[in-house]
Write a protein that binds this ligand. Structure first.
Ligand code: ZN
Length: 263
């Protein structure tokens, strides 16, 4: 299959899957999400692939869901339509990255916002350039309860997660490394090389050992209530889409709300 919104490249046993809409800051459109899920499934099923890198071409990893498309095509979704769309493309696709039976490394530069934050944090390891920043302005600026997968407290700790979500600020790569959300911060010019070195090193290990170890690590999260908490938040998030605050902001334009919050 050829992809229109992704670049898929092979480097020995490493498959690099990159968001490839740099002109749109790698915004995740419906097509991009469908292609991403297809590419992850194909890489998971290919025995020659031992490690996957999730990246973004251009200056940014991803600025999040494509809000222009969302406004145009899904602005007037009913509860039922939104539930079907978001449970499949936002929730299930994200969790499939987490449950990919191979190590996945996020390679992050520039903006990693909202849905970008969500998918980067589905990866096992995050390598960040020194210009990377992380944010989720959905509650602060769009009037909905964060993104669909509330991974934030698990990767940031409760205190930092609450500040980022309530106040809508940015977390720098260095700050993200300090609190353990990012594994390594490297100069922007070295990001691809350093990420590939990490991937190739992991690719030398037994794929079966890595597969069952990752299964155990995911079960460790589940023993702490990870899946139960994420599923509960998804339902609550849907409620926030039909609340007055979100609907008023949607009517004024989702993109405008994000723009004005930056000013
Ligand atoms: Zn939503």
């Amino acid at each position: 299959m050829t992809y229109e919104t992704l670049a898929v490249e092979r480097f020995g046993a490493v498959c690099r899957i990159s968001h490839n809409r740099p002109e749109a800051r790698n915004a995740e459109s419906r097509q991009l999400l469908d292609e991403l899920d297809h590419a992850f499934t194909a890489a998971a099923e290919d025995d020659g692939v031992h490690v996957i890198i999730l990246a973004g071409k251009g200056d940014h990893f991803s600025a999040g869901h494509d809000l222009k498309e969302a406004q145009r095509e899904r602005g007037n979704f009913t509860v039922e339509e939104r539930w079907a769309f978001e449970s499949k493309r936002y929730f299930d696709y994200s969790l499939r990255i987490l449950h990919t039976p191979k190590p996945v490394i996020a390679q992050v530069q520039g903006a990693c916002i909202a849905a970008g934050f969500m998918v980067a944090n589905m990866c096992d390891i995050i390598m960040a350039a020194d210009d990377a920043f992380f944010s989720d302005p959905v509650a602060h600026s769009l009037g909905a309860a964060a993104v669909e997968v509330l991974v934030h407290p698990w990767v940031l700790g409760q205190r930092k997660a609450r500040e980022l979500l309530f106040a809508g600020g940015k977390l720098t790569a260095v700050d993200a490394e300090k609190i353990g959300m990012v594994n390594h911060v490297v100069p922007r010019a070295d990001l691809e090389t350093r990420t590939m070195e990490m991937a190739q090193r992991i690719a030398q290990a037994s794929p079966f050992a890595l597969k069952i170890l990752k299964r155990s690590l995911n079960r460790t999260l589940d023993a702490q209530g990870f899946s139960v908490a994420l599923n509960a938040h998804f339902d609550t998030h849907q409620l926030s889409h039909v609340a007055g605050a979100f609907q008023a902001i949607r009517d004024g334009g989702l993109g405008n709300a994000i723009q004005s919050s930056k000013a």
